[in-house]
Design a protein around this ligand. Structure first.
Ligand SMILES: NC(=O)c1ccc[n+]([C@@H]2O[C@H](COP(=O)([O-])OP(=O)(O)OC[C@H]3O[C@@H](n4cnc5c(N)ncnc54)[C@H](OP(=O)(O)O)[C@@H]3O)[C@@H](O)[C@H]2O)c1
Length: 346
């Protein structure tokens, strides 16, 4: 069983700790937070035995095996490298860093210090993705031609929030654009029998707000196998979230691509241990049939539990196929290109 330390007691860390209650693969041994009131909530709700007011103290706790970095993005690289140097395995929230160069330094640190490192794209750890790849490779929709992936929500404008603040790494591309980018790369890769593909061309556009970060952004991508993808993200518009894959013989729709089977997301308290986890659906519309086929993927744990279990299962390999080092580096390269096209400078 992995002993986890959590760095930063914010919103997503609360969700992760909730998810951790549904597995035997690990336990939260310690939480580190600069904010006493936030830490108190974690300790009260989850009974976490060790608390540190300084992130650095997690690194010196010899009983901690793995650290989950859940701070604002600009701190990810600095702390991940320090953790790796202290011999801690790592799960780092997305985006893993502010840009590809930082991500490359993190991968180097993981390699040099022989520790596990994964970017926390939890959606990649859900069995829905395995099924999606299987359907594509079985030819359920023929040859993939076009991908459309969106992630949009409306957050009221607040220049101090991490969503809009420039110094805190604000903007939709870094917050959620990475989901759409990594999904398009995954699908284009599946069509080529590879774990992912990087695009050969990226064209972008976006709306930049008064703090200099993107509120709405779109990009079109072209892959070497002639697949075209349109990816859109928005933090000031309830644009919706879905993935549609258009093939020569039909379409495959993923109505809930990013947060399937996750009662932990949104829960304000620890969930009861007899919680059940909703199934999710993929919809295949073959051009030869009038009726769509609904493919149901059941879940026996929360999405964030799948993520924690993925780390535990692959820790000996130092990286996980769900989000390998090369996959992360390619994704950050795409986000760099998208930000440059839109004109956002971090
Ligand atoms: N995978 C997912 O589903 C998902 C969902 C949401 C967010 N995320 C990612 O997770 C990370 C955290 O997001 P969140 O929504 O949890 O944000 P949040 O609630 O604002 O928490 C961020 C935490 O960062 C720490 N922090 C350190 N320095 C800070 C500073 N100067 N200003 C503000 N906070 C600072 C704080 O922890 P302490 O005060 O406790 O030290 C704070 O609680 C982001 O990188 C985000 O992209 C992932």
């Amino acid at each position: 069983m992995l002993n986890w330390g959590v760095m930063g007691a914010g919103g997503i860390a609360y969700v992760f700790c909730n998810g951790m209650r549904f597995t035997d693969s690990g336990q939260i041994l310690a939480v580190a937070s600069r904010t006493q009131s936030k830490m108190d909530r974690f300790v009260n709700d989850y009974g976490i035995p060790r608390q540190y007011n300084d992130y650095a103290d997690l690194l010196t706790d010899n009983e901690i095996d793995a650290i989950y970095i859940a701070t604002i993005h600009p701190l990810h690289a600095e702390w991940a490298i320090k953790c790796a140097e202290a011999g801690k395995h790592l799960l780092v929230e997305k985006p893993i860093s502010m840009n590809r160069a930082e991500a490359a330094a993190m991968v180097d640190a993981a390699r040099e210090n022989d520790v596990f490192l994964m970017e926390a794209f939890m959606y990649r750890c859900h069995p829905q993705i395995t099924k999606m790849v299987e359907l594509i490779q079985d030819g359920a929709i023929g040859e993939v031609q076009v991908i459309r992936a969106t992630f949009g929500y409306r957050s009221g404008f607040n220049p101090q929030s991490r969503i809009y603040n420039h110094e805190m790494g604000g903007g939709g591309i870094l917050d959620i654009g990475g989901y759409t980018a990594s999904m398009a790369r995954k699908i284009a890769g599946a069509a080529a029998n590879k774990p992912f593909l990087d695009p050969i061309s990226v064209k972008g556009n976006g709306k930049i707000g008064p703090t200099g970060v993107d509120h709405i952004a779109a990009a079109t991508l072209k892959f070497e196998n002639d697949i075209i993808a349109e990816i859109i993200c928005a933090v000031e518009c309830s644009y919706g979230s879905s993935v549609i894959i258009y093939g020569t013989d039909g379409t495959l729709t993923i109505p809930n691509p990013w947060l399937p089977s996750s009662p932990c997301r949104g829960a304000k308290t620890p969930l009861p241990l007899d919680t059940t986890f909703p199934a999710t659906q993929l919809i295949v519309q073959s051009s030869e049939s009038r009726e769509p086929t609904e493919v149901t993927i059941t879940a026996d744990r929360d999405l964030f539990t799948y993520e924690a279990d993925t780390v535990a299962a692959h820790i000996a390999d130092r990286q996980a196929p769900a989000m390998s080092w090369d996959d992360t580096l390619g994704n950050m390269q795409l986000l760099d290109a998208w930000l440059a096209e839109v004109g956002v400078v971090h």
